[in-house]
Ligand binder design. Structure first.
Ligand code: BGC
Length: 244
């Protein structure tokens, strides 16, 4: 089945049709810069433009970087506060005239990694963690997603973990790979103490550079980089729309 996946990020909104059985984009993806401020109406217009660009008429899956319950966005750590309590699914659906599924961005990336990526067919407790502007988390138990886990907001040394260990924290604080790896290690140790996962998948743009930091990260759990990297959100969103 082919569905359209759209990934709403802090700097870009990206979309492409996806073959959901293969987990592959079937056309070149379109990226439109995220409007500033990224308020619901402006973002909805971009979602509608992406649908139009692909002349799309089927189901659409859209990711959002916050808690999403029944299509309603419930948190906004790194996006405009006006998203809190917005019925994103209703807005996107009205603007496009199509059935829409909305889900957390890390949950979408996790769905893709579980289906066709680094965590394929992995039983037990699996955590997919995305390191970008924030830290996103997707928790799976025998392949079933526990949505909206929000583990980027665990408190470490009195701060939100993502303020110390996201990729944004690395670039903004001009941290060396070694120093940042230490923070990632501390974060992963906390996560493994709480969940005892059998596998941790590291996603987000920085997973492309995993050879720079993963060898320095010492934890008990097996840790692997994501395979889908930047496309995981699009692919996972499309997969969620294919099996609502
Ligand atoms: C948000 C999560 C999101 C993550 C990655 C966090 O700040 O609270 O919902 O998954 O950033 O975008």
């Amino acid at each position: 089945m082919e569905t359209l996946g759209i990934d709403i990020g802090g700097s870009g909104i990206k979309g492409a049709p996806v073959d959901t059985a293969m987990g592959e984009l079937t056309r070149e993806r379109l990226r439109i810069p995220t409007p500033a401020p990224a308020k619901p109406k402006a973002v909805t217009e971009v979602v509608a433009r992406i649908v139009e660009h692909f002349d799309w008429a089927g189901p659409v899956g859209v990711t959002f970087p916050g808690v999403v319950i029944d299509g309603v966005t419930r948190s906004a750590a790194n996006v405009d506060e006006s998203w809190i309590g917005t019925d994103a699914r209703a807005m996107f659906s009205k603007a496009t005239g199509l059935p829409v599924v909305v889900l957390n961005d890390a949950d979408a990336a996790g769905i893709a990694e579980m289906a066709v990526g680094s965590a394929r067919d992995q039983p037990g407790v699996v955590l997919v963690l995305t390191f970008g502007t924030g830290i996103g988390s997707a928790l799976f138990v025998d392949g079933h997603l526990v949505p909206n886990t929000e583990l980027g907001h665990l408190e470490i040394r009195g701060k939100d973990a993502e303020r110390r260990a996201s990729d944004h924290a690395r670039t903004e604080g001009e941290l060396s790979w070694g120093k940042w790896a230490g923070r990632v290690e501390e974060y992963l140790q906390r996560v493994e103490a709480l969940f005892s996962p059998s596998l941790i998948v590291i996603g987000g743009g920085v997973s492309r550079k995993s050879d720079r930091f993963l060898p320095m990260v010492k934890v008990r759990t097996r840790v692997v980089p994501a395979t889908l990297q930047n496309e995981a959100g699009i692919v996972g969103a499309a997969m969620a729309a294919a099996t609502p």
